[in-house]
Design a protein around this ligand. Structure first.
Ligand SMILES: O=C[C@H](O)COP(=O)(O)O
Length: 335
């Protein structure tokens, strides 16, 4: 088991929050670039199938990758029946995401492992910031009429400002899907630019709700406009659409991030969210990021999972790695 810390240590500053990269300042809206976008759905689906089956890490490497996945989780609760108690329990889990005996066995007790953030609705920002105070773990708030984004623009802007004032340092906004479906890129750009301005110092993750955008070409175009409008991250889904994060959508979005980076030099992060619930799923996304964007995009300032239950399965798999036996899922509660 001594190999784990070596594998993890081989990566610089594994579990720290990097924020030294300049934020994406955005660009002018380049309609020509947006309209030139193409997405070959069958090639994208083929690539995601082979990517995941051929290149999975094994044994100590797999455990090290799972610890990395933990560091990139936005540990999320977005339920109508959320309470302060549930949010406090979630925050405690964010501070100590893997059971002490498992971390001990992995030789990782002193690594300072935490999740990437805790993600809640506006009303739960207070309890979350109080519980996470001094931990260095940011609070992310979903905003702008989440999940549908259909409240008046003025209210959506005020909602962002209120959440930043309440202590959220990350804001997950939702876009108006109709702007994409109508191909109204000016309107989408104006909306996201206004959101970014309202965020001020808080980092903005733009949720595209890809399950409602009809085509991968639309997903690529919306990703590009969201980056041009100054998003710090682009994110797939709210977790409330009928189809949430998938690997083909993710490949489309990370290629947009790569194209944008190649053309402008700006870094934009990626957050698959919704339905990512198993350690195996998480490994698939990490492989995709490493293969398509490279090692730098595996740090929490450029990659997050939006997930409510993923951490439980990762802990269970890590326990299996150290003991050789699987325990029941209920032994890995999150809240
Ligand atoms: O952004 C996070 C999602 O709402 C979480 O979705 P999930 O409950 O399917 O993990």
């Amino acid at each position: 088991m001594s190999g784990i810390s070596e594998v993890v240590e081989a990566s610089p500053a594994v579990f720290t929050q990097h924020h030294e990269l300049p934020r994406n300042p955005g660009t002018a809206l380049d309609i020509g670039w947006v309209n030139d976008a193409r997405a070959n759905t069958s090639a994208i689906e083929r690539r995601t199938r082979t990517l995941v089956t051929r290149r999975g890490p094994k044994k100590d490497h797999q455990a090290a990758w799972l610890l990395r996945a933990v560091a990139c989780i936005d540990l999320t609760t977005l339920s109508g029946d959320d309470t302060e108690g549930r949010v406090r329990r979630l925050c405690e889990k964010a501070k100590r995401p893997i059971r002490a005996d498992i971390l001990d066995a992995l030789g990782m007790s002193d690594a300072g492992l935490t999740t990437g953030a805790v993600c809640v609705y506006h009303d739960m920002i207070g309890p979350a910031t109080r519980c996470l105070s001094g931990s260095g773990i940011p609070v992310a708030a979903v905003s702008t009429g989440f999940p549908a984004g259909l409240s008046p623009l003025e209210l959506r802007l005020r909602e962002i400002e209120s959440s930043v004032a309440a202590g959220a340092s990350e804001i997950d906004i939702v876009i108006s899907r109709r702007h994409v479906l109508m191909q109204d890129w000016d309107a989408l750009y104006a909306e996201i630019s206004a959101f970014r301005k309202a965020c001020g110092p808080a980092h903005m993750k733009s949720i595209l709700a890809t399950g409602e955008l009809k085509t991968l070409r639309n997903v690529y175009k919306a990703s590009m406009v969201a980056m041009m409008a100054g998003s710090d991250f682009i994110k797939t889904s709210t977790g409330k659409e009928a189809v949430n994060a998938t690997l083909p959508v993710s490949l489309t979005m990370v290629r947009a991030i790569r194209d944008y980076h190649e053309k402008t030099g700006h870094f934009v992060g990626y957050k698959p969210a919704g339905g990512v619930s198993s350690a195996k799923d998480a490994l698939g996304y990490l492989i995709l990021m490493k293969e398509e964007l490279g090692r730098r995009w595996l740090e929490p300032d450029l990659f997050r999972f939006g997930a409510s239950s993923l951490l439980g399965d990762i802990e269970r798999q890590l326990e299996h790695h150290v003991t050789g036996a699987y325990s029941a899922s209920f032994r890995h509660p999150l809240v």
